[in-house]
Design a protein around this ligand. Structure first.
Ligand SMILES: Nc1ncnc2c1ncn2[C@@H]1O[C@H](COP(=O)(O)OP(=O)(O)OP(=O)(O)O)[C@@H](O)[C@H]1O
Ligand SMILES: [Mg+2]
Length: 351
């Protein structure tokens, strides 16, 4: 393939040859005398030389820029996104092309980084899930084998083994349910049925379902609900789940014998905030963002010992966001040790 400059020069030479040919034919047919022919031929040749020089001079920066752009795109194709683009000039169109190419490479880099991050978390997720599934399964297996081998003889011991198997199975199935819910939520396959409901009513129900757990750990609930709260448009079942996940955590982390404070306030004309404050170890600033990611635990060994998979907060966050609210954690107002998990719900956002 001929390059751009050679082509232009060839076209130029052909045009000149055509002109000279025309002059020669005119001379033959005696339309021009010898002197005129000579003069016009000289002028044509002069013009030919001038235009060839002009073509070369004009096309040189263009071909150089095109070569630079070609090298640059080859580097982008090799995923070298931060290579310098080099000097590009010649024509406004070429500079436009260069700037779009540069933007394209920046966007490509962004998507690549995002894709790599997604891939990394997927891998972590699979590893963590496998671990969380394997632990209870291994324990079930060893208990079943012990029962089969007849090493357990005393009936109360058999009962204890069966109880453990039962607990582990329940834990497994709760984990699988949570994973299933979360994947449905993340895939956006969740059509919410919202209805007007009182948030303090939901909290009272959640409290009821946790009554036994609370009394086992001698934990008191101190509720502080603002009167004149508006009725909110919520999915009762989903907000129940959010509160329940937060209360579960508070019960797990708070020191036995202390109180968990539940506060509901109207922050302004459009937002209601629910907060659950405990007297546990609190959440360090560096973990505050990440605990809402699925399977993230501040202390994996301890959390595994208590049976947590690290899904509760991720589910709560998705559900609150579905309602158009926000969720987070902060220090206790009185500066004592403990965490305050809060979430907001918009007033009349969905109607
Ligand atoms: N009230 C709290 N005080 C201190 N740390 C907390 C509290 N609630 C949650 N965390 C930290 O955040 C992590 C994530 O919580 P999350 O509810 O998502 O998972 P989990 O309780 O470990 O497991 P799951 O809820 O799936 O059974 C916990 O492992 C814990 O480290
Ligand atoms: Mg939890």
């Amino acid at each position: 393939m001929m390059n751009l400059r050679t082509r232009l020069l060839l076209v130029n030479s052909l045009a000149m040859a055509f002109l000279i040919g025309a002059l020669v034919i005119s001379y033959w047919h005696m339309l021009l005398n010898k002197q005129q022919t000579w003069l016009l031929t000289m002028i044509t040749l002069g013009a030919a030389i001038l235009s060839s020089v002009a073509f070369s001079w004009l096309t040189l920066p263009i071909t150089r820029s095109i070569r630079t752009l070609a090298q640059y795109s080859a580097q982008v194709a090799d995923r070298i996104f931060d290579a310098p683009l080099g000097q590009v000039g010649g024509a406004a169109e070429i500079r436009d092309l260069a700037s779009s190419l540069y933007q394209m490479s920046e966007r490509l880099q962004e998507s690549f980084t995002a894709l790599e991050a997604v891939e990394r978390t997927r891998r972590e997720l699979v590893a963590n899930i496998s671990h969380d599934l394997r632990t209870p399964m291994a324990s079930i297996q060893s208990y079943v084998e012990a029962l089969q081998d007849g090493v357990v003889e005393r009936p109360e011991e058999t009962k204890r083994y069966l109880q453990t198997i039962h607990n582990e199975t329940r834990r497994l199935s709760a984990l699988v349910d949570d994973l299933f819910d979360l994947s449905k939520l993340e895939a956006g396959q969740n059509i919410m049925k919202v209805q007007p409901h009182r948030i303090d009513q939901v909290l009272a129900d959640v409290f009821d379902t946790h009554r036994l757990l609370l009394s086992e750990k001698q934990i008191e609930i101190v509720a502080n609900v603002q009167d004149d709260l508006p009725v909110l448009w919520i999915s009762i079942e989903k907000i129940h789940r959010v509160c329940s996940n937060l209360l579960d955590n508070a019960i797990t982390h708070t020191t036995p014998g202390t109180a968990i404070e539940i506060t509901v306030t109207r922050l302004n004309h459009s937002i209601v905030e629910v907060s659950i404050a405990d007297h546990g170890e609190g959440v360090e600033t560096m973990h505050r963002q990440r605990i809402f990611e699925r399977l993230y635990r501040t202390d994996p060994s301890r959390a595994r010992a208590t049976g947590g998979a690290g899904l509760g907060l991720a589910i709560a966050k998705r559900l609150v966001e579905l309602h158009g609210g926000d969720i987070g954690v902060r220090d206790r107002d009185d500066r004592s040790s403990g965490a305050v998990f809060w979430f907001t719900l918009p007033i009349n956002a969905v109607s």
